[in-house]
Structures are given as structure tokens and as C-alpha cells.
Design a protein around this ligand. Sequence first.
Ligand SMILES: Cc1ncc(C[n+]2csc(CCOP(=O)(O)OP(=O)(O)O)c2C)c(N)n1
Ligand code: SF4
Length: 309
Amino acid sequence: MNVIEKLATYEDQISPGVSACVGCNVELTLRTCMKVLGPNTIFAVPPGCMGGVGVVGWDKESGAKTPVFFPLLDNVASMLAGIKMHYERIGRKVNVVAFAGDGASVDAGMQCLSGAAERGDKIIYICYDNEGYMNTGYQRSGSTTKGAWTSTTPVINGHGGKKQNKKDFPMIMAMHDVPYMATMSPAYIPDMVRKLEKAMAVDNGLVYLHVYNPCVTGWGCKSDESIEVARLAGVPEGVIRRAREILAELEGGQGVHPQPAQAPEEDQFSLAELGSRAVLDRLEQTDMNALSPIQALNLLDELKRMLEG
Ligand SMILES: Cc1ncc(C[n+]2csc(CCOP(=O)(O)OP(=O)(O)O)c2C)c(N)n1
Ligand code: SF4
């Protein structure tokens, strides 16, 4: 059975009919994560889109089949750390999970998340990164990309946008020496499922999972482009290959072994480029003002022959 077939056998833990925008891939991510995490899970969703669309409940009815908390924007990790400690104390193994936006994670809740990571609290923290405070009107966050339009970083006639770089939060969390950190994308669901399974097996500290979730409404894409836009954020195959090698080395506990620097491909001249380089050298050596018309014509002919090889 492949990963997608296996996923289809898991029960949806989120109520049907939450009111996320049509095509919202954060909802897809949440449903996928909760399917894999399963019923033995307690989770928290702070204020933000997923809280706002009803996952934390409406009118005293729960929006999920497993217990769900609605913490503050800035105390998600510390609240869950307390819940996990309680279950550890009574000897019950349960997944304690955060599903929080980038505003709640990389900005407002960073202090308590950093503390939980450093203490080694055994929670799974999932940050859905839609690169802004979307639920309150698409304001910029520390995770918004440089140059991007948001309602607080307008772009007018091609100028403006966010001035600062995106905070590299997955790396910041990895530097906390957590036992497992991974990035995920709704465009690669089998990869997401494997990483969640790995996360559930960790029992010696905080797991941090960072999901890249384009926001169809805030980014102004069509609802049927949601996954395509997430896929466009991918990096070249060579980078992914090297990242896998580094990951395997880190997971093997041996540290990273830098590779000898390889000549960038641009340094490999093609024959045509060598020809044009010789042409450039020839032109540099020539004093154009000293040429008669016939000499100039002869030079043109010579350069043409050089380029033709
Ligand atoms: C301390 C605090 N400041 C502001 C708010 C108002 N607020 C509610 S939801 C939200 C946006 C959260 O953004 P993010 O965590 O990125 O989630 P998203 O809306 O993108 O899903 C804000 C600012 C709040 N609830 N608490
Ligand atoms: S605003 Fe964006 S993240 Fe929020 S529900 Fe709509 S599409 Fe999803």
C-alpha cells in the first residue's frame, strides 16, 4: 500500500464544513496532519485562520473529533508543554500538538516556543507558514518574503513591498538542537505523511515542522492554483539532492561533512564561448580609430571566421 492509499484509510479528525476559503491548502494540511496523528492526539490552534474557520469549535460544538484547545496567540508552546507534563505524570502516551500560523510562531509566540524547544518539552509543533497575519487582513509577519505585497507593505507602481528578509525560522529551530525539524509542503503529501510518522516516533524533545502554505486569498491566486503555487516554491533538484545528503549525515549523528568546492557550471566554457572570448581579445587589441575602411572590413571578416570556428 502506498502512502496515499494508506492515508485514505485514516479517519478525518476535523469536522466537515469548516469555513476556510475555497482552495485553502492550510485546511488540507491540517486534515492531513490530523489524519496521520490520529485520535490519540490533543491539539491547540491559536487565533488565526484555522481557529477562525471553526476548527476550535462554534456555539459550544467542537470543530474536531479530538480534544482541541484555543490558546492565546503568544503562549501556544508553553500551554501545550504543561498539558504534556500532565500526561507524562499520569503515564499516558498521547500526541500533544500545536497547529499555529507563522504570526503565532515566528513572531508572537517565538519566546515560549524557543523555551519549550530548549527545555526539550515533548510536543509536536506544526507552523503553517502562509507568510502573513492572514486572518486579520493579510498583514506582514516576520515570515513574509522580502519585497512581497501585504496590506501593511503595499506595492505601488512596482515599488514598495516588505523591506526586510524572511526570518529563516526552520533554521532558527534547528539551531535549538531539537531532535527533529523538517519542512513540509501541501504540494508533496507523501513526504508530509512520512515526516509526520517520523515526528510521532520522537520521544526525547520538541519536534518542529514548518509547512509552506501559500494563502490563496491573501496572495491573490485562484483557488485552483493553490497547490501549483506551493509547488513553484520548490528549489532545484541539485539543491534537494545535497539537502538530502546533509540531512542523512545529521540524522546519522556524524555532523555535516562539507564537500570539496565544485567548479560552478558557468566556468565550463563551451567551444562557442571560447570563440567569442577570442573575438573579444582580438577586439580589445584593436585600435578602431587607426583602421582604414578596408582594414575594418577585413577585421569583420576575420572575426566572423573566428566565430564560425
Ligand atoms: C496578542 C494578540 N495580538 C493580536 C491578536 C489578533 N489576532 C488574531 S488572529 C491574528 C493573526 C494571526 O496570524 P497567524 O498566526 O500568521 O495566522 P493566520 O491568520 O495567518 O492563519 C491576530 C493578529 C491576538 N489574538 N493576540
Ligand atoms: S485567508 Fe488564506 S490561509 Fe486563511 S483560510 Fe483563506 S486561504 Fe486559508
